[in-house]
Design a protein around this ligand. Structure first.
Ligand SMILES: [Zn+2]
Length: 96
C-alpha cells in the first residue's frame, strides 16, 4: 500500500515538473508513476525544445535547432557544428 502512495506522489510531482517545463503532463505522470524515483529525475532533466542547444545557419544566419539537418529558412544542409549556442533558457554562453 505504501508503494502505491509513493508512486502516486512521484507521478504527481513528475506531472507538475512536466507542466512547468511545457512537456506532456500525462506522459510524465505515467513515467514518474511507473518508475518513481528515476521517472521524476528524468522529468526534471528532460529538456523541452526551447531548452535545446542551437546554432547559427551558415547560409542565412538564422538560429536553428542543433539537431536540425536543414535550415528552416534557406534550406542549407547543416553539418554537425563545432560550436553550439546556449539554450534560450540559459544565460551563459556554451563553451566547447
Ligand atoms: Zn539558413
Amino acid at each position: 500500500m505504501a508503494y502505491v502512495v509513493i508512486a502516486t506522489s512521484f507521478a504527481i510531482a513528475g506531472a507538475v515538473v512536466a507542466r512547468m517545463k511545457g512537456n506532456s503532463v500525462w506522459l510524465w505522470f505515467l513515467i514518474s508513476g511507473a518508475i518513481p524515483f528515476l521517472g521524476l529525475l528524468a522529468a526534471v532533466l528532460y529538456r523541452a525544445e526551447r531548452d535545446s542547444l542551437r546554432r547559427l545557419c551558415p547560409g542565412c544566419g538564422k538560429v536553428v535547432m542543433l539537431h536540425d539537418a536543414l535550415c528552416t529558412r534557406c534550406g542549407t544542409e547543416l553539418d554537425f557544428p563545432e560550436v553550439a549556442i546556449a539554450p534560450e533558457s540559459a544565460n551563459v554562453t556554451a563553451g566547447r
